[in-house]
Design a binder for this molecule. Structure first.
Ligand SMILES: [Zn+2]
Length: 193
Protein backbone atom coordinates (compact mmCIF):
# COMPACT_ATOMS: atom_id res chain seq x y z
CA UNK A 1 0.00 0.00 0.00
CA UNK A 2 2.69 2.44 1.02
CA UNK A 3 4.52 1.49 -2.12
CA UNK A 4 1.56 2.46 -4.31
CA UNK A 5 1.30 5.87 -2.69
CA UNK A 6 4.99 6.52 -3.14
CA UNK A 7 4.84 5.57 -6.79
CA UNK A 8 1.86 7.87 -7.35
CA UNK A 9 3.66 10.80 -5.75
CA UNK A 10 6.77 10.51 -7.88
CA UNK A 11 5.01 10.07 -11.22
CA UNK A 12 2.26 12.65 -11.05
CA UNK A 13 2.90 15.95 -12.79
CA UNK A 14 -0.26 17.85 -11.90
CA UNK A 15 -2.04 18.09 -8.54
CA UNK A 16 -5.24 16.12 -8.13
CA UNK A 17 -8.52 18.02 -7.96
CA UNK A 18 -8.63 17.56 -4.20
CA UNK A 19 -5.16 19.01 -3.81
CA UNK A 20 -6.01 21.93 -6.06
CA UNK A 21 -9.06 22.70 -3.97
CA UNK A 22 -6.97 22.68 -0.81
CA UNK A 23 -4.55 25.14 -2.33
CA UNK A 24 -6.93 27.74 -3.73
CA UNK A 25 -10.02 27.77 -1.54
CA UNK A 26 -10.05 30.86 0.62
CA UNK A 27 -12.89 31.24 3.08
CA UNK A 28 -15.02 34.12 1.90
CA UNK A 29 -17.18 36.62 3.70
CA UNK A 30 -19.56 39.39 2.73
CA UNK A 31 -18.04 42.86 2.72
CA UNK A 32 -20.44 45.80 2.73
CA UNK A 33 -18.70 48.39 4.86
CA UNK A 34 -15.41 50.26 4.89
CA UNK A 35 -14.26 51.86 8.13
CA UNK A 36 -11.51 54.45 8.12
CA UNK A 37 -8.90 54.83 10.83
CA UNK A 38 -5.67 56.60 11.63
CA UNK A 39 -2.66 55.20 13.45
CA UNK A 40 -2.65 58.00 16.08
CA UNK A 41 1.03 58.63 15.42
CA UNK A 42 2.75 61.94 14.52
CA UNK A 43 1.30 63.54 11.37
CA UNK A 44 3.39 63.11 8.25
CA UNK A 45 5.90 60.84 9.98
CA UNK A 46 6.55 57.26 8.88
CA UNK A 47 4.98 54.43 10.85
CA UNK A 48 5.15 50.95 9.38
CA UNK A 49 2.77 48.00 9.33
CA UNK A 50 5.36 46.14 11.45
CA UNK A 51 5.13 48.86 14.09
CA UNK A 52 1.33 48.78 13.98
CA UNK A 53 1.53 45.01 14.27
CA UNK A 54 3.63 45.28 17.43
CA UNK A 55 1.10 47.69 18.93
CA UNK A 56 -1.80 45.40 18.14
CA UNK A 57 0.10 42.41 19.55
CA UNK A 58 0.46 44.36 22.77
CA UNK A 59 -3.33 44.64 22.84
CA UNK A 60 -3.50 40.86 22.70
CA UNK A 61 -4.77 40.50 19.14
CA UNK A 62 -3.72 37.45 17.16
CA UNK A 63 -4.24 36.45 13.55
CA UNK A 64 -5.07 32.84 12.81
CA UNK A 65 -2.24 30.74 11.40
CA UNK A 66 -4.29 29.86 8.32
CA UNK A 67 -4.59 33.53 7.36
CA UNK A 68 -0.96 34.31 8.08
CA UNK A 69 -0.12 31.52 5.67
CA UNK A 70 -2.17 33.22 2.96
CA UNK A 71 -0.91 36.75 3.48
CA UNK A 72 1.75 38.60 5.48
CA UNK A 73 3.02 35.69 7.60
CA UNK A 74 5.24 38.05 9.58
CA UNK A 75 2.32 40.13 10.81
CA UNK A 76 0.96 38.31 13.85
CA UNK A 77 -1.67 40.75 15.03
CA UNK A 78 -2.40 43.78 12.86
CA UNK A 79 -6.13 44.54 12.88
CA UNK A 80 -6.34 46.62 9.68
CA UNK A 81 -6.59 45.44 6.10
CA UNK A 82 -4.81 48.41 4.53
CA UNK A 83 -2.46 51.11 5.76
CA UNK A 84 -1.68 54.28 3.81
CA UNK A 85 1.77 55.74 4.47
CA UNK A 86 2.57 59.48 4.27
CA UNK A 87 4.24 58.89 0.88
CA UNK A 88 0.89 57.61 -0.42
CA UNK A 89 1.93 53.98 -0.69
CA UNK A 90 -0.72 51.46 0.32
CA UNK A 91 0.35 48.46 2.41
CA UNK A 92 -1.60 45.33 3.24
CA UNK A 93 -2.29 43.95 6.70
CA UNK A 94 -4.95 41.30 7.06
CA UNK A 95 -6.29 39.44 4.05
CA UNK A 96 -9.45 41.04 2.65
CA UNK A 97 -11.41 37.88 3.41
CA UNK A 98 -10.01 37.73 6.94
CA UNK A 99 -12.09 39.35 9.64
CA UNK A 100 -10.34 42.45 10.91
CA UNK A 101 -9.91 43.76 14.43
CA UNK A 102 -10.52 47.49 14.25
CA UNK A 103 -14.01 48.45 15.46
CA UNK A 104 -15.70 46.58 18.26
CA UNK A 105 -18.84 44.85 16.99
CA UNK A 106 -18.34 45.97 13.38
CA UNK A 107 -15.59 43.67 12.14
CA UNK A 108 -17.60 40.87 10.56
CA UNK A 109 -18.53 42.52 7.23
CA UNK A 110 -16.09 45.41 7.15
CA UNK A 111 -12.66 46.31 5.86
CA UNK A 112 -10.42 48.57 7.93
CA UNK A 113 -8.29 51.18 6.16
CA UNK A 114 -5.88 53.21 8.26
CA UNK A 115 -4.04 56.43 7.46
CA UNK A 116 -0.67 56.92 9.15
CA UNK A 117 -0.95 60.07 11.28
CA UNK A 118 -3.47 61.56 13.67
CA UNK A 119 -5.23 64.61 12.23
CA UNK A 120 -3.32 65.83 9.19
CA UNK A 121 -2.40 63.79 6.15
CA UNK A 122 -0.40 64.40 2.99
CA UNK A 123 -1.91 65.07 -0.41
CA UNK A 124 -0.50 61.68 -1.46
CA UNK A 125 -2.37 59.97 1.37
CA UNK A 126 -5.66 61.63 0.48
CA UNK A 127 -5.22 60.65 -3.17
CA UNK A 128 -4.48 57.03 -2.26
CA UNK A 129 -7.38 56.92 0.17
CA UNK A 130 -9.85 58.04 -2.50
CA UNK A 131 -8.59 55.50 -5.03
CA UNK A 132 -8.32 52.61 -2.56
CA UNK A 133 -11.84 53.18 -1.24
CA UNK A 134 -13.20 53.44 -4.80
CA UNK A 135 -11.40 50.23 -5.76
CA UNK A 136 -12.85 48.34 -2.79
CA UNK A 137 -16.31 49.73 -3.40
CA UNK A 138 -16.32 48.40 -6.94
CA UNK A 139 -14.77 45.08 -5.94
CA UNK A 140 -17.31 44.38 -3.19
CA UNK A 141 -20.92 45.37 -2.52
CA UNK A 142 -19.86 48.19 -0.25
CA UNK A 143 -22.82 50.34 0.73
CA UNK A 144 -21.29 52.45 3.47
CA UNK A 145 -18.05 54.18 4.34
CA UNK A 146 -17.66 55.45 7.89
CA UNK A 147 -15.06 56.59 10.39
CA UNK A 148 -14.15 54.84 13.60
CA UNK A 149 -15.36 57.97 15.44
CA UNK A 150 -18.92 57.20 14.33
CA UNK A 151 -18.89 54.04 16.43
CA UNK A 152 -16.82 55.03 19.43
CA UNK A 153 -16.05 58.13 21.47
CA UNK A 154 -12.68 58.77 19.87
CA UNK A 155 -11.16 61.07 17.26
CA UNK A 156 -10.01 58.28 14.92
CA UNK A 157 -9.51 58.77 11.96
CA UNK A 158 -8.99 62.45 12.90
CA UNK A 159 -11.61 63.86 10.54
CA UNK A 160 -15.29 63.48 9.74
CA UNK A 161 -15.64 60.87 7.02
CA UNK A 162 -19.05 62.29 6.09
CA UNK A 163 -17.44 65.66 5.32
CA UNK A 164 -14.90 63.92 3.12
CA UNK A 165 -17.61 61.98 1.25
CA UNK A 166 -19.89 65.00 0.91
CA UNK A 167 -16.98 67.09 -0.36
CA UNK A 168 -16.37 64.76 -3.28
CA UNK A 169 -13.59 62.84 -1.50
CA UNK A 170 -11.10 65.66 -1.83
CA UNK A 171 -8.58 66.39 0.93
CA UNK A 172 -10.19 68.25 3.82
CA UNK A 173 -8.38 71.58 4.12
CA UNK A 174 -8.14 71.38 7.92
CA UNK A 175 -6.65 67.90 7.68
CA UNK A 176 -4.12 68.44 4.93
CA UNK A 177 -0.39 68.77 5.60
CA UNK A 178 0.92 71.80 3.75
CA UNK A 179 3.60 70.87 1.27
CA UNK A 180 6.96 72.51 1.94
CA UNK A 181 7.41 75.74 -0.01
CA UNK A 182 9.89 75.68 -2.91
CA UNK A 183 13.41 76.77 -1.92
CA UNK A 184 13.49 79.63 -4.42
CA UNK A 185 10.69 82.15 -4.08
CA UNK A 186 8.31 82.01 -6.99
CA UNK A 187 7.25 85.13 -8.90
CA UNK A 188 4.12 86.56 -7.29
CA UNK A 189 1.06 85.37 -9.12
CA UNK A 190 -1.59 87.00 -6.99
CA UNK A 191 -2.49 89.75 -9.50
CA UNK A 192 -5.64 89.72 -11.53
CA UNK A 193 -5.72 87.10 -14.26
ZN1 LIG B 1 -9.64 53.57 14.63
Amino acid sequence: MGDTVAKKDTTKTTPTDDEKRKEVVIPSRTIDLIILHCTATPDGKPHTVAQIDAGHLARGWHRKASWKKLQNPDLTSIGYHFVIYPDGSVHTGRHEMEQGAHVQGMNVTSLGVSMVGSYKFTQAQWTSLASKVAELESKYSVTEVHGHNEYAAKDCPGFKVKDWLDGGRKPLAANLIEEPKPATPATPTSGPQ
